[in-house]
Write a protein that binds this ligand. Structure first.
Ligand SMILES: [Zn+2]
Length: 406
């Protein structure tokens, strides 16, 4: 199949104008300006559009968008947990599936083609047949009430995935957070992730309350945990990262969501284990958190990507990464559009360890792209990141979708 467009942004420094993409199945065969259709080849005309790599959202909860507007912002993290804990059991698999379908469609309209989505309820996935974006279902585990059997659940999810060969779905593993998942559970999930070559992600250092709990088994999180819980590791850790280091909780290349609580002494270890941090600016603002310590991470070349988190703690209902980009640049004005573009394309692809497949439109990569109508005389990256309107088309694994709007 040959795609014709005004321009194709293969990579930030490689713009083809006019742009041509040759796709076979899910893969890009050729990219350039002068490709001609071969006899009998299907041609799709996207004149007027600029085609770019789709965005990658490294932290979302696709199944929670029905909670938009249900929780009060600006509260402490413990207060937020107190609000959400009673609501979650009411979210049936049907409601969660509806959220997944709706959220992935909206995300694709704003240029996102891949989402790493935390999945706490495996039964939600049964009955789901497709999503508008590629998804890594990050199976979430906690062991507050006994062993959650990660190995059996991974087997079930793998079997489920094999029954949906036509989808662009993948698996990942995720202990929820240090206050709900013991070092033993972290280690088991780390082992499974390494053995099966799956991404490993977790919520880490999200709040001061977490730091207090890990240091002295005190603070506002403590009364939310089961009274019979025995956690001898809640003692003497100077930070969440310190807890990970002391208890060997993380495998190499972990994807760490939030890390709002970070100490100078943490960064050497994060660099050593090649961690990637996912910052969620809207959620950060929702909780009125102190400044995200971008410079401390950048000084050690620790990659930082952007995520949306969920509408349960963010006004970003449609998981639009451009909103996160704009808020992030407002708080960090020295970061250029081109730098932040990498934080939602090539950098998350590297964190997922498939940088030759995603975040780029080079030969051999997956045909995952978005098509934008932007002025031809402007820098496409700046123009797209500052745009508010929808992408007019998207493509995931070679399946092209023209977005239909009235
Ligand atoms: Zn989250």
């Amino acid at each position: 199949m040959l795609i014709l467009a005004d321009a194709v942004l293969e990579a930030p420094a490689k713009l083809h104008r006019p742009g041509r993409l040759r796709i076979k199945g899910e893969t890009i065969l050729e990219v350039g300006s002068h490709l001609q259709a071969t006899p009998g080849e299907e041609v799709l005309d996207f004149s007027g559009l600029t085609i770019t790599p789709g965005f990658i959202n490294l932290h979302a909860h696709l199944d929670l968008s029905s909670l938009h507007g249900s929780l009060i912002p600006g509260k402490t993290f413990a207060d937020w947990l107190r609000q959400i804990i009673p609501i979650l059991p009411g979210l049936t698999p049907e409601v969660r599936r509806h959220s997944i379908i709706h959220s992935s469609r909206k995300a694709s309209h704003s240029g996102t083609t891949s989402v790493l989505s935390i999945t706490s309820d495996l039964s939600t996935l049964a009955g789901l047949n497709s999503t508008s974006t590629r998804v890594w279902w990050a199976l979430e585990f906690m062991d507050l009430h006994g062993n959650p059997s990660p190995s059996q659940n991974l087997d079930r999810a793998t079997a489920w995935l094999s029954r949906h060969p036509a989808t662009s779905w993948h698996l990942a593993l995720s202990p929820h957070a240090p206050y709900t998942s013991s070092p033993t559970l972290y280690q088991e999930l780390g082992r499974l992730a390494s053995e099966h070559h799956l991404p490993f992600t977790t919520h880490l250092g999200e709040s001061k309350e977490e730091t207090d709990l890990l240091f002295g088994n005190t603070g506002p999180l403590h009364p939310l945990l089961p009274p019979e819980l025995k956690r001898e590791d809640f003692c003497g850790n100077t930070s969440s990262v310190d807890w990970c280091r002391r208890h060997h909780s993380l495998p190499s290349h972990p994807i760490l969501a939030h890390l709002n609580e970070l100490k100078n002494s943490d960064v050497d270890y994060l660099a050593e284990i090649q961690a990637t941090i996912v910052h969620c600016p809207s959620t950060h603002q929702w909780f009125n958190r102190p400044s995200f310590q971008l410079n401390l991470l950048r000084a050690k070349q620790i990659p930082v990507c952007l995520g949306t988190d969920s509408p349960a703690c963010s006004p970003n209902l449609h998981l639009d990464l451009r909103e996160e980009v704009r808020l992030f640049r407002q708080n960090n004005p020295k970061i250029t559009h081109h730098e932040v573009w990498e934080m939602i394309t090539s950098s998350p692809a590297r964190a997922l360890r498939i940088e030759n497949k995603l975040g780029t439109l080079q030969t051999g990569s997956w045909a995952d792209w978005a098509g934008w109508r932007i002025p031809p005389d402007q820098d496409p990256i700046e123009s797209i990141l500052e745009s508010h309107g929808p992408a007019e088309a998207s493509c995931v694994a070679g399946r092209v979708n023209r977005h239909d709007f009235i």
